[in-house]
Design a binder for this molecule. Structure first.
Ligand code: NAP
Length: 288
């Protein structure tokens, strides 16, 4: 008779809350020592309602953690050159410690060029080539927030990575690719899958750790998850669902992130933590 296993859920909301408390304590310490509180500049091009909501959420979390935020809302007609000018100005402004360019910015903007106008020491969202290279070489720097959050979750649940087979589904520059590189840096054996991968189920079946980062509801099915695997669902799709078929995954995985409440809250927690770290570096204080 087969045994029904029920995965333990990985509580991203709880862990993000604990990281936010530590971040708030560090922000207060920086303010006390320097008379300046950490400041995150948020830049939004256009009026996409989802992007505006994300920015509002991030600013509200900043306020709660004692981080100031300065919002720059630019019209949808903003050119790449104008956006670069704004980001370069913020990079030079000593009162701004971190910069977040909310993306996507719209098809007429050269996003890569815009990201590169962010000074590496203020790149708290980990989007510049400098940050990516630093992460690849395991040098100090800021990591892309969602992959950084995934690693914090794995660490919090004591997931052993060395020698394990990690399958990352998705290879975007902000999520899949850096997630795989961070797993590699922890000695996992990493396989990337993407839209041209032949036999995705077959590859997932061999995974000790699965990171789903695609944007396709239910793409990863329980039947393809190795019993006892750790499954991180970074997907976020309309209807508040991830990329993993939750109910069937519950019966196979050992650890599983819920959507919402898994990876999502960790992304903002890492953004805030990195903002405070950036401020500490620029203001010349040591972190607590
Ligand atoms: P993206 O840039 O659209 O990348 C999607 C990736 O999935 C691409 O590498 C694509 O392959 C791959 N893919 C598409 N269809 C596939 C298929 N049928 N089988 C295997 N791979 C397939 O998206 P993203 O920005 O990385 O985001 C991915 C998901 O994560 C979305 O649901 C997004 O909402 C979510 N997300 C969540 C957070 C958070 O804070 N929780 C943050 C960022 C993103 P190709 O490269 O071949 O096109």
């Amino acid at each position: 008779m087969s045994v029904i296993r029920t995965a333990q859920l990985m509580d991203g909301t709880g862990l993000a809350g604990r990281i936010a408390e530590e971040t708030a304590a560090t922000a207060a310490d920086i303010s006390r020592r320097t008379g300046t509180s950490p400041c995150l500049a948020t830049v939004l091009v256009g009026e996409d309602p989802a992007s505006a909501t994300y920015v509002r959420m991030k600013r509200a979390r900043c306020a709660k953690a004692g981080i100031r935020s300065r919002h720059i809302g630019l019209p949808a007609t903003t050119t790449t050159a104008e956006l670069i000018g704004t980001l370069a100005g913020l990079s030079d402004d000593p009162d701004v410690h971190g910069i977040l360019l909310q993306h996507p910015c719209g098809p007429h903007i050269d996003e890569r060029a815009a990201f590169e106008a962010i000074a590496p020491e203020k790149d708290v969202d980990g989007v510049t080539m400098h940050s990516f290279a630093a992460m690849s070489f395991a040098r100090p720097g800021f990591v892309s927030c969602t992959p950084g959050g995934i690693m914090r979750l794995l660490e919090a649940y004591d997931v052993e990575l060395a020698g394990k087979h990690a399958v990352v589904v998705g290879r975007s520059a902000i999520l899949g690719k850096p997630a795989g590189m961070l797993l590699l840096a922890k000695d996992a054996t990493v396989t990337y899958c993407h839209s041209r991968t032949a036999d995705l189920p077959g590859i997932v079946q061999g995974a000790d750790i699965v990171v789903a980062a695609v944007g396709r509801p239910g793409l990863i099915r329980g039947q393809d998850i190795k019993p006892g695997a750790v499954v991180i669902d970074a997907g976020y799709n309309p209807g508040n669902v991830g990329d993993v078929d939750f109910e069937s995954a519950l019966t196979r995985a050992r650890l599983l992130t819920p959507v919402p409440g898994g990876v999502g809250p960790m992304t903002i927690a890492v953004l805030l933590a990195q903002t405070v770290r950036a401020a500490a570096g620029q203001l010349g204080t040591q972190e607590r």
